[in-house]
Design a protein around this ligand. Structure first.
Ligand code: 26Q
Length: 824
């Protein structure tokens, strides 16, 4: 066994190579001649995973032995992307692995590219959870992620005839080498049935949930490798398994197959991630997913707590549970149920413990995105939880001042139940009430939370709302995604920035160093070449590496205003055609992003971008000075290629609507200049990079609010007074981009005109064009552009998710670093 131990642990080139060959033969079951790239990926991943296991167990043991307070991050989404480069980079064995593969005649890139993305999320919220996992592990914080092991991640997007078409994303098709199945970690989760009242042993009224359907939640663990490989945390994802308890009624009737069918159907719970990133659709299966993973996670958390404790009063000192949006908010009622019904705590004690344990992060103010489940549905699916929610509500409303003051309007706004129309449970209100802290994700968003959705709650509980501006992990978003720039930075300031991004401020001085500027440009150019090759491969389009790479990558949504960018693109196209002798700064407009499958307007915008691209890219009169590309299937892996290559970062949401944004941070950190509105974290990015190093335009959130309050505006007037806007819109509406269907874009034109232009695209158009012009003029001066780009990178240190997680740890979770003992 000794020699095998060495093969599983050694980190040098020879040891890795021997390990690979052993894994290839004995676990993948191939010989080197027959092995495909995918076989090699599985081989390498399994060998790398070996290098993690000891440290993982050390980490878990340290937490256990110290009885450390842990934080549990509950999220329906973890958008972690690929793990091979991430693991190698965080373990510090990237070069060793490359050489070992080289000696086997293999290219590291080929092996890396065989890994599918773990696309277990829609966008920002899911990626934030993944960045937080990286930051917790990198700072030795005892943090666990809990979520669902979806069999199908976010759909694969393809364009067919320019339209988005969705395909299932089968990331598990060939197996997942990173995860450990834990068939023994199994919890029952119930649905439906009814509640029985009875008298407990001391004659008190008590309740039990009976005649319910049961599903089992089975755990799969993925190690989360912290930077340096010292701490290895756990991401625990639940998969639905059928129980074996048969409905004997069916069985005796001879309906065996019917009973088995039911069992099979129950496993659908963890089948697929819902692809709506904003709009709530009210589907029963989604509610069941939310309860399924929340219940399993809470049972697991309580089991772990009870290994050390015999009563629950210390739960809040040993466990912090963070709710990633309201998606797991049913957990508040579930913990109450577990404590009161299963563990016989008194209601008031249980409530105090629950509130002290939970905290809630809000990610959106959009009314259509606030979860509100029909009372009728919760009553049917989770009957005991509906009772508990009523009880929480009754006790709360009885205590509020509003009742005493007879302010019924305020009472009904504070209620957990929305009584207007079909009665619904407001999950945001439940999450607020059941948490000791509630946070927004940027300074502006947190202020708006206080003024809008949670205004009444904020008055009631003035200390509860706090801000935690989002951040991004510098390991994935600079070190891994941008090796060219990372290496340059490290040669100048050392590698301290990787685990302490504030150190990147040391680059500020280098902005005035002409040699450094040249090298910074060279790194950017290398990344742009890589992206140009990717664009050619994905779309067949050739783009100029020396053009401005003007990048808008994010989910397709009207509030994110891809349309504003498209209108500017058309206006620029017209100007270039009108003035062919002017020496234009070449521009490449890069778009990428998925639309929710049921979001027709967003899908129409995708088609419009593709239609505009077709016309512009094939018009010889613009002499290649303008190209438009829409890259398919934007995901973490695509982001890692696109973001390091960007010159200009489009962050142009209607002010007040983007809670924070995190792509804005990734792009600025990689040396793109931002063109953006004063929305979300853009406000703070401006403060950090300096107003002279960012292109801000458009209405402020306050101006938007005032304009809407005063009855809106007339887009027709704005359009009539701006010839270039009018011309661009006329082209869209008369079919210049859709000669095969001249009415195709009627809904878009309608929304921007008679529809009232809810997202203020026309209102911000002129100022946006001014900012775009300023960017293009600046780009002519490459030295000045580069200077500002460097200052962006140098001033983004505060936006590390290490800083964000540090603030959560101190101000919300009260958790502290635990350094695992690896010699024990
Ligand atoms: C809810 C109910 C049913 C089905 C789906 C959903 C659902 C799923 C995902 C609702 C919302 C989401 C995702 C929201 C999201 O990504 N929000 C973004 O969060 C980022 C991290 O805080 C912010 O930076 C972005 O501004 C915000 O839009």
């Amino acid at each position: 066994f000794k020699s095998r131990d060495i093969e599983r642990r050694s980190l040098d080139v020879d040891g890795l190579k021997r390990s690979f060959l052993e894994w290839l033969v004995y676990s993948v079951g191939k010989d080197a001649r027959a092995a495909t790239r995918r076989d090699w990926f599985h081989t390498v991943a399994l060998a790398v995973r070996d290098r993690v296991v000891d440290r993982w167990m050390d980490t878990t043991r340290s937490y256990y032995q110290e009885d450390a307070k842990r934080v549990y991050y509950l999220s329906l989404e973890f958008l972690i992307g690929r793990l091979l480069t991430n693991s190698l980079s965080n373990l510090g064995i990237m070069e060793e692995c490359r050489q070992a593969l080289d000696r086997l005649g293999l290219s590291m890139e080929d092996v890396v590219d065989a890994e599918p993305d773990a696309a277990l999320g829609n966008g920002g919220l899911g990626r934030l959870a993944a960045c937080f996992l990286d930051s917790m592990a990198s700072q030795a914080l005892p943090g666990y992620g809990y979520g669902i092991r979806y069999e199908f991640g976010l759909f694969e997007q393809r364009f067919e005839n320019g339209w988005q078409v969705e395909y299932p994303e089968q990331w598990l098709q060939f197996g997942n080498p990173w995860e450990f199945a834990r068939p023994e970690v199994l919890y029952p989760v119930q649905f439906y049935g009814r509640v029985e009242e009875f008298r407990d042993s001391v004659g008190e009224r008590a309740y039990r949930w009976v005649d319910a359907d049961r599903v089992l939640a089975m755990a799969y663990d993925t190690p989360v490798v912290g930077y340096g490989g010292e701490t290895i945390n756990t991401l625990r994802l639940w998969s639905a398994r059928a129980t074996r308890d048969f409905n004997f009624g069916h069985f005796n009737d001879g309906a065996y197959m019917k009973a088995v069918e039911q069992k099979i159907l129950s496993e659908n719970l963890s089948r697929v991630l819902y692809p709506n990133d904003a709009t709530e659709t009210g589907k029963e299966l989604r509610l069941k997913q939310e309860y399924f993973f929340t219940s399993a996670s809470l049972q697991d958390i309580l089991r772990r707590y009870l290994q050390h404790h015999s009563s629950f009063e210390n739960l809040p000192n040993k466990a912090a549970i963070q709710l990633n949006d309201t998606h797991p908010a049913i957990g508040i009622a579930e913990l109450m149920r577990l404590l009161v019904d299963q563990h016989a705590l008194r209601w008031d004690d249980a409530w105090e413990i629950t509130r002290a344990t939970f905290a809630y992060t809000n990610h959106t103010l959009l009314p259509e995105a606030l979860e509100a489940w029909p009372v009728r549905m919760i009553e049917r699916v989770l009957p005991r939880h509906m009772q508990i929610i009523y009880e929480i509500n009754a006790k709360f409303l009885n205590r509020t001042k509003a009742r005493a003051e007879g302010d019924n309007a305020r009472l009904s706004r504070l209620s957990l139940i929305d009584e207007r129309g079909e009665r619904r449970v407001r999950m945001g209100n439940l999450a607020f009430l059941g948490s000791h802290k509630v946070n927004g994700v940027s300074a502006l968003h947190t202020e708006l939370m206080k003024q809008t959705v949670f205004a009444d709650f904020h008055e009631e509980f003035p200390d509860r709302i706090n801000n935690k501006t989002n951040g991004i992990t510098p390991r994935r978003w600079l070190k891994q995604a941008n090796p060219a720039l990372s290496e340059l930075i490290t040669t100048r300031i050392g590698e301290g920035w990787i685990s302490d991004l504030s150190q990147i401020a040391a680059l500020r001085d280098k902005a005035d160093d002409v040699v450094f500027r040249e090298e910074f440009r060279r790194a950017k150019r290398k990344n742009k070449k890589r992206l140009a090759a990717y664009i050619a491969r994905q779309t067949g389009e050739e783009v100029l590496v020396d053009s401005i790479f003007d990048v808008q990558v994010k989910r397709m949504h009207e509030y994110k205003r891809q349309l504003l960018n498209v209108l500017h693109t058309i206006a620029l196209y017209n100007e270039m055609r009108d003035n062919p002798t002017v020496s234009w700064v070449p521009v490449t407009k890069v778009f990428a992003g998925k639309a929710a499958p049921s979001y027709h307007m967003a899908k129409l915008i995708i088609k419009l971008i593709n239609d505009v691209a077709k016309v512009v890219n094939h018009d010889p009169s613009v002499h290649d000075n303008l190209k438009v590309v829409l890259l398919p299937n934007y995901n973490v892996t695509a982001a890692e290629i696109i973001i390091p290559a960007a010159d200009l970062s489009e962050q142009i949401s209607t002010a007040g609507m983007e809670a924070s944004g995190t792509g804005n941070m990734k792009l600025a950190l990689n040396g793109a200049l931002t063109i953006g509105t004063l929305d979300g974290a853009n406000v703070e990015i401006r403060e950090h990079v300096g107003p002279e190093n960012i292109f801000i335009f458009g209405m402020t959130a306050e101006e938007v609010n005032d304009l809407r309050a005063s009855g809106g505006f007339n887009p027709r007037e704005v359009i009539a007074s701006n010839p270039s806007l009018k011309r661009a819109l006329d082209m869209i509406s008369t079919g210049a981009f859709s000669p095969d269907d001249r009415n195709r874009y009627h809904p878009i034109v309608q929304a921007l005109t008679d529809g009232g232009d809810h997202f203020l695209v026309t209102a911000d158009f002129a100022d946006y064009c001014r900012a775009q012009d300023a960017a293009m003029q600046l780009y002519r001066d490459q030295e000045e552009w580069t200077r500002k780009a460097i200052l962006n990178t140098a001033n983004m240190g505060w936006f590390s998710s290490d800083r964000t997680v540090g603030e959560y740890a101190k101000e919300i979770w009260d958790v502290h670093p635990v350094h695992p003992n690896h010699d024990g």
